[in-house]
Every structure is written in structure tokens, then in C-alpha cells.
Design a protein around this ligand. Structure first.
Ligand SMILES: Nc1nc2c(ncn2[C@@H]2O[C@H](COP(=O)(O)OP(=O)(O)OP(=O)(O)O)[C@@H](O)[C@H]2O)c(=O)[nH]1
Ligand SMILES: [Mg+2]
Length: 457
């Protein structure tokens, strides 16, 4: 932990180990939570794991553990009957000013010289659990969904992504607001304000509902446009890059297409689908799409947004399932990817497993993975030869459904040559007195359509 920037907000990570969960699952999940937290600029200074029969108790943790946690944050350790969530802007945004001294607190070691300013649970908490724990620890508490939604909201760039995240955020915060605003403050009604007998909580929730409706109809409009664009592309050859977050999809997109998409060592760097032609360009053109990454325990509301964005991938003729083969948890990450694709009905599309980041693997590991994934392709986006080989495989994939044919274009019909060049690969061209004889490799459909057009059929 010593090589981390020291100006990051110190946080405590908390995990519950339920009866069916193995130590390894808990460990991997906590490692991932730590990466999610660091994507938001937080630094984990302590981790607490407690074995529990259930995650549904009102205090989440046992009494003793709650006190232990509170010692790391400077809280009382007691659940207060009346607790108001901190109203400060900083607390709302989960950003708290950093304190001066810096001592790393390791697991279960209570050294409260530096107090954690935020607590993150690696599970989802109900609004009342969240409030109870906050009252005991005295600092804001986030759950896994809260963290992921926050990352999405910071990374959303396009209008559609922003709308989707705002809907997810409102759905997430609505029940929490109802809890904190209490049941009193009943109103007799007023101009444009609360309805008769409506409490402040009910008013807030009505406003939220209205806003969600508004956002959804805006989103619908955008999605109609997207669908039309997708329809136009349906005829084209498409490869979709899909996989767990941070697997290297955007990096692969960059090297396959020469485009400048954002690749970063962050979780959920990409939230929108980008489509670019494979470079050097092929005939017919092959389009590559980069998509949003997957993660375990994806919040419900985000699953919906994901699916719309991922619909793009459903159009593809082939999926490249990109995995970070240097991550010890990559097998379970691949499983998550496959499950999401199955849920979306995309498991019928031909798929190839791409084991990325071979530069971080030993020769023995590479040999082992080749055996384990005989049809997998090992690459490193940093090794140009492996990328050229992958590109050749893709071209071969699309060419295997093509046929060779001959087309004769009379002088005077040269306009068709442009269309032929854009759709087909020209293997040979011979000119004679009447026109040009072309030998082409093409889709069956394109070939017969053009032949009909030229009166050759
Ligand atoms: N060592 C190594 N690092 C790589 C390789 N490919 C990608 N990376 C790094 O892995 C990190 C994640 O890469 P991205 O391309 O952003 O991953 P992504 O799958 O698009 O991630 P999301 O957009 O979050 O879903 C970046 O820091 C990359 O530089 C590789 O072959 N070797
Ligand atoms: Mg990406």
C-alpha cells in the first residue's frame, strides 16, 4: 500500500462472509471493491471481514465488529435512534476533506491515528441498514451499488449514457430519501407544491417518479435513432469486443482500428459503444465495436442500461470475449461475461476467447492456457505481431463465407466499379475492347445483386 498516492480519501472496506461463500470469493470480491474504490479516488486503509449467517440484520455487522469499525472512523459504535444523514455537500458526494496524518491501518488492527472518512460495504445495503451503520460510524457509508453508480455517473459521456445513469441514480436514491425525510411534515397543499395530505417524503418521491418518466421518454427518442442506425449497419460485417471491465477491450480496439478510444487502468472507463472500421481497411469493410465492461454483482438498474448499450453487440457476426489473462480471477470473470451474453440471447453468436495481456504471463502460463483454451487466441495489445495475427483470423472468418466470382463491366457502366470496389475484394482485373473483366471475392448476396444489376444473370 505504500506506493499509493497519499492524498486520497482513506476508506474502510467491509465484507460479510455468508455461509455459502468461500474465502477465495470474498478475497477476489474485496480486491475488486478496492479497485472500484481507487477508481473513485479512495484509498483503502483497512478491511473488515465478518462471517455472518445473514446480511439482513438491521446493524449488518455484529455489535463488537460495529464498535471495531467505528474505532476506525471515530464514530460511537452505537446505532442512534434519531440520526440525520450528513447534509453537507461533501458528505453527499462522499468526498471528505483529508486529515493531516497518514497511518496505514491493516486488517483488524485498530490504530485510529488516521480516521477513515468513508465506509464501503461489499454488498448491497437496505436504506435503513445504511442509515443505522452511518449513525454508528459517524461517516458516510456506501454499498457496492452506490460505488458502481458513482463511477458510471463520473464516466458517462454521451447523452444516452448520462440519461441512463441519472435514471439508475434516482432509482437508487429514492428509497433512501424517503427514509431520511421521515413521515411528519404533512401538508395541507399549496400552489404547485405538495398535494393535499402529502408528506415531504411523498412529494420527493412523486417528483422523482416524474423526473424518471421524463428521462425515460428522452432516452426512448435517442434509442429509436440508435435502432435505425443499427438497422443500416445490420448488413455489414461486425466484430464486437465484449468482456469484463479492464480486460483491455478499448486497448484492443485502438490497435485493431487505429482509433483513439479511451483506454485506462480504471474500472468502467468505457460506457458507450464505439464502432470503427478494422485497419488497414478490408473489402468488404469489417467494423469493430468496443462495448461497456461487465462486473460481478451488477446493480439491477445498471443491467438495463448495459443491455441497451450491448444490443449493439448482438448485431455482430462474431464476438471476441476479451479476458485479462494476467488476472488470477479471470476464469470467474469469463463466466460472468458468458452469463450476461446468455441472458441477452447473444450466446448463439460465434465467439472466440481472446486471452489478453500475455506480456504479463510466463511462458509456462501461456502454454497452460493454450491447453486449457485450445481455440482461444493469446494476444497482448502491446505485441503488434499478435494483433496482426488476430486481424488475419478475423479477415479469414469473414472470407470463409465468401465466394469467388467473375463480373464483366461494360465501358459506360463504370459507376458500378465504385460499388464493386467498396463491397468486394478484387482479385484480378483485365481490360479489353468492350470493358473490364473482374475476378472478385464477395458475399453471395452482393455478388448476385450486382450481377443482376449489370444484366449478367
Ligand atoms: N500489460 C498489459 N496491459 C494492458 C494490455 N492491454 C490493455 N492493458 C491495460 O489494461 C488497462 C485496461 O485497459 P482498457 O483497454 O481500458 O480495458 P477495457 O476492457 O476497455 O476496460 P473498461 O472500459 O473499463 O471495460 C489499461 O491500463 C491498459 O493499458 C496488455 O496487453 N498488456
Ligand atoms: Mg474500455
Amino acid at each position: 500500500m505504500s506506493d499509493r498516492p497519499q492524498n486520497l480519501t482513506p476508506v474502510v472496506l467491509v465484507s460479510l462472509q455468508l455461509p455459502k461463500q468461500t474465502d477465495e470469493e470474498i478475497h477476489d470480491s474485496l480486491m475488486e471493491l478496492e479497485r472500484l474504490a481507487s477508481t473513485l479516488g479512495y484509498r483503502s486503509v483497512a478491511t473488515i471481514i465478518q462471517a455472518r449467517q445473514s446480511d439482513k440484520t438491521s446493524s449488518v455487522l455484529g455489535e463488537g465488529k460495529l464498535v471495531e469499525l467505528a474505532q476506525l472512523t471515530g464514530g460511537t459504535g452505537q446505532i442512534a435512534a434519531t440520526f440525520q444523514r450528513k447534509k453537507s455537500k461533501a458528505a453527499e458526494k462522499f468526498q471528505v476533506v483529508k486529515k493531516s496524518q497518514d497511518v496505514v491501518v491493516s486488517k483488524n488492527e485498530v490504530t485510529p491515528e488516521i480516521l477513515a472518512e468513508l465506509v464501503i460495504f461489499d454488498c448491497d445495503l437496505s436504506p435503513s441498514q445504511l442509515r443505522n451503520v452511518e449513525s454508528a460510524v459517524g461517516v458516510p457509508v456506501l454499498d457496492r451499488t452506490g460505488v458502481i453508480i458513482e463511477i458510471f455517473s463520473r464516466h458517462a459521456k454521451t447523452k444516452a449514457a448520462k440519461l441512463q445513469i441519472e435514471i439508475a441514480q434516482l432509482n437508487y436514491s429514492a428509497p433512501r430519501m424517503r427514509e431520511s425525510s421521515g413521515g411528519s411534515d404533512r401538508s395541507g397543499g399549496g400552489v404547485g407544491a405538495k398535494g393535499v395530505g402529502e408528506t415531504k417524503g411523498e412529494l420527493d418521491s412523486r417528483r422523482i417518479k416524474d423526473r424518471i418518466k421524463e428521462l425515460k421518454s428522452e432516452l426512448d427518442l435517442i434509442q429509436i435513432e440508435q435502432k435505425q442506425r443499427r438497422k443500416r449497419r445490420a448488413e455489414e460485417n461486425c466484430v464486437a469486443l465484449v468482456g469484463y471491465t479492464n480486460a483491455g477491450k478499448s486497448s484492443l480496439m485502438q490497435v485493431l482500428t487505429g482509433s483513439e478510444v479511451l483506454a485506462a487502468n480504471q474500472l468502467f472507463a468505457t460506457l458507450d459503444t464505439t464502432i470503427r472500421p478494422l485497419m488497414p481497411e478490408t473489402k468488404p469493410k469489417i467494423l469493430v465495436s468496443d462495448t461497456v465492461g461487465f462486473i460481478k454483482k451488477l446493480p439491477h438498474d445498471l443491467v438495463a442500461s448495459f443491455k441497451t448499450t450491448l444490443d449493439e453487440a448482438l448485431n455482430a457476426s462474431i464476438l471476441l470475449l476479451v479476458v485479462d489473462a494476467s488476472d488470477p480471477a479471470f476464469r470467474s470473470q469469463l463466466e460472468v461475461t458468458r452469463n450476461v451474453l446468455r441472458d441477452m440471447g447473444a450466446d448463439m453468436i460465434p465467439a472466440k476467447i481472446i486471452l489478453n495481456k500475455t506480456d504479463l504471463l510466463t511462458d509456462e502460463q501461456q502454454a497452460e492456457f493454450k491447453k486449457e483454451f485450445p481455440s482461444g487466441i493469446l494476444i497482448s495489445t502491446r505485441n503488434p505481431k499478435s494483433i496482426t495475427d488476430l486481424r488475419d483470423e478475423l479477415v479469414a472468418f469473414f472470407e470463409k463465407d465468401m465466394i469467388d466470382g467473375e463480373i464483366f463491366v461494360k465501358y459506360g457502366s463504370e459507376k458500378s466499379i465504385g460499388e464493386i470496389r467498396s463491397l468486394m475484394r478484387i482479385l484480378k482485373e483485365d481490360y479489353d475492347n468492350d470493358g473490364v473483366h473482374l475476378k472478385v471475392r464477395s458475399n453471395t448476396n452482393d455478388l448476385s445483386r450486382l450481377k443482376k444489376k449489370l444484366g449478367l444473370l
